[in-house]
Every structure is written in structure tokens, then in C-alpha cells.
Ligand binder design. Structure first.
Ligand code: SF4
Length: 345
């Protein structure tokens, strides 16, 4: 589910994706997309309903689920996926069935409990943001090029004036992508309590986020992250790679993925070339199941076994954000010795 203009939740590659939109009268509604998926048969989700009124969301989702239960290929466990159903039935037929089910279910839906919804909403209430000058942030940027480089890649605009959202990269050079030690997690928790209203998010990009930090606190936050090895200025750059566990500890893997990600990151970090290349997404998986979402990488590197040899395919031009498209395979799969010679030994 995403409420952002740029899809940050890769909603197009899930069984059901929900985008929060507004209709022509400015009222909140939902765009429902279905049957995205990765793995052996990657598919980008298709639009089922353009704008669904807010009050209809739950019965509509129930209609989608019950339609799927009617159509599903339960006779074959490999085909018991909604994307297979779409391929066999077509989006028009599925839409007709869902709308018919929805027409039946909607009148019986009494709506949620207002008190219950209010309790949930209270749990997500925005903190009280302090108003303060941001001069310390601007001064630190002017004085310290390292801080400036970090804030260029790690700090995003917040809706409240003076606030920022900070990405804490868990992609240190030579480290396993997405890993944080117990000590690092304690540091992040302490900093969230001190500077971030006690809020931490874990992103699907395998990084951590502090969503609400005042800009005047950023120099102190940066200084505290440095000794913990958490002030790495590479969010969104080529060394910010998503990697699945691969052969490291997945029983389904046919190739290694973590060492591939580490070597690529080290290669570009050693040459100080990341900033020159700028924003690019690299993703690698240890098998065709695509847990590293390699189809959505500008460069995707799925591992596979070919004639008993650990090999890698290359996919190009995937995009899970603005364009939302699946990458295409390019060329033959290469054995590890040719894909990444330094790993082969
Ligand atoms: S993509 Fe394959 S190797 Fe990687 S975690 Fe998924 S199943 Fe395991």
C-alpha cells in the first residue's frame, strides 16, 4: 500500500496493490491493482478499479479474495497463484466477477467500528514537532564536506517545516547488506529516542529510517552514527544493493548472492565512483524466486545453476518506483568465474 506519488512500497509486484488517490472532488479513495509478482513468472500488476471510495475498501478486497477463491487453480500447487489465474482468465473477466461479488457483498457490510478505527488512528498520531531554526544544519553542511555528502544522500524532505527523514544505510563496505549488529541496533534505538520521537522504520530497501528528525539535530545525529559505522553516505547509490540470503543460508538457493553484492559494493567504493555514477539500483537473488527483487533493479543479478555451475544472468531496466516495470534478461548466463572473477577463487 502506498500513499506517495512515487511508489515506495513496490505495490505493482504484489497479489494486491493499493494506491491512495484523490478523486476529482478531492476525496480520498483507493486504486486497486492486482496480480503483480516476481519469481519465475514476473508480472507487473494491472489496474482493477481506478478509484474506490474509502468506505468500500474492505468489502471490495473481500470481493477480490472470494473471486480468487472461485477461480483459483487449487488442482495444481504450482498454478495456485493469482497471477496464473489472471493469465488464464484475463483482467476483464476477473474485473466482471469481482464487481459482481462486490455488488453482493457491499450491502451486507456494516462498516468498521468508529471507536476501533479511532483507537488505531490514535496509535499513529503524528508527534508534536518542535519549531526551531535550522541554521546549525546549514552551517554544518557548509563547513563539513563529509556531512554534506551524507546529508545529500541520506536526508529526505519531511512534510513539516524544519524536519527531515533520515535513512540509516545498513550497507557498509564489506558487510552483509541489510545486517545490523546488536550494538548498532541499540545505537539506532537510542538515537531514535533522542532525536526521532522514538520512531524507527525498516525499509524494503534493507535500510532503517528515522522518519522525524529536526534538521538542527542532524549534525549531532551524524556524529553519533559515525563511531557505530552507520554514517555511510550511499543510500540509493550503486553500493546500496538489495541481496537475498542466497547460498549463505537459504536451502532453495542455486547461487551465492551476498558475496556478489559485497564485491560490487567494494569495487565501486574503492574507486570512489559511486557519486559519479549517481542513483542506480542493483539487486541480486540466489535463485529464480527473486527474494532480492532483481527484476526491479536497474541492474538485476539472479543466480542460477547451469550444468552444475553457479552462474548469473543479467537483467536491465527494471524499476519498482516511478516507471514500475520488470527488467529484461540480457545475454547468456555467465558462470561465476566470468561474472565476478575475483569471487571465483
Ligand atoms: S531468492 Fe532464492 S535463494 Fe534467495 S532467499 Fe529467495 S528462495 Fe532463497
Amino acid at each position: 500500500m502506498t500513499g506517495a506519488a512515487v511508489d515506495r512500497a513496490v505495490t505493482k509486484v504484489h497479489d494486491r496493490g493499493i494506491r491512495i488517490v484523490r478523486n476529482d472532488n478531492g476525496e480520498t479513495g483507493y486504486r486497486i491493482e492486482i496480480v503483480g509478482g516476481l519469481g519465475r513468472t514476473p508480472m507487473i500488476g494491472q489496474m482493477l478499479r481506478d478509484v474506490l471510495p474509502k468506505a468500500d475498501l474492505l468489502p471490495y478486497l473481500e470481493a477480490v479474495l472470494s473471486s480468487y477463491n472461485l477461480l483459483d487453480r487449487r488442482d495444481n500447487e504450482y498454478k495456485a497463484r493469482i497471477k496464473i489465474t489472471l493469465r488464464e482468465q484475463g483482467i476483464e473477466k476477473i474485473r466482471d466477477i469481482v464487481e459482481a461479488r462486490f455488488a453482493l457483498l457491499r450491502p451486507a457490510f456494516q462498516g468498521g467500528s468508529d471507536a476501533h478505527v479511532a483507537r488505531i488512528a490514535a496509535g499513529f498520531a503524528a508527534p508534536v514537532f518542535r519549531e526551531a531554526p535550522t541554521g546549525a544544519f546549514e552551517a554544518a553542511r557548509a563547513a563539513d564536506p563529509v556531512f554534506r555528502a551524507w546529508s545529500d544522500t541520506k536526508v529526505d524532505t519531511h512534510k513539516a517545516p524544519g524536519l527531515a527523514t533520515v535513512t540509516i544505510s545498513l550497507k557498509a563496505p564489506g558487510a552483509t547488506p541489510g545486517d545490523a549488529s546488536a550494538d548498532q541496533m541499540r545505537v539506532i534505538a537510542d538515537l531514535a529516542a533522542r532525536y526521532g520521537h522514538g520512531d524507527i522504520r525498516v525499509s524494503h530497501e534493507q535500510n532503517a529510517l528515522l522518519p522525524h528528525v529536526h534538521k538542527s539535530d542532524l549534525p549531532a545525529l551524524f556524529a553519533a552514527l559515525k563511531p557505530a559505522g552507520l554514517a555511510i553516505a550511499n543510500a540509493g547509490l550503486i553500493s546500496d544493493i538489495i541481496a537475498c540470503p542466497g547460498m549463505g543460508y537459504c536451502s532453495l538457493a542455486t547461487a551465492r548472492s551476498i558475496p556478489v553484492a559485497k564485491k560490487i559494493a567494494e569495487h565501486f567504493q574503492a574507486r570512489d565512483a559511486e557519486r559519479e555514477i549517481d542513483q542506480i539500483k542493483v539487486k541480486t537473488s540466489g535463485c529464480i524466486n527473486a527474494c532480492g527483487r532483481h527484476h526491479l533493479g536497474h541492474i538485476g543479478i539472479p543466480g542460477l545453476e547451469k550444468g552444475g555451475v553457479e552462474s548469473y544472468q543479467i537483467t536491465l531496466s527494471g524499476d519498482g518506483g516511478r516507471r514500475r516495470r520488470s527488467g529484461r534478461g540480457r545475454g547468456r548466463a555467465l558462470p561465476m568465474t566470468r561474472s565476478c572473477p575475483r569471487l571465483s577463487g
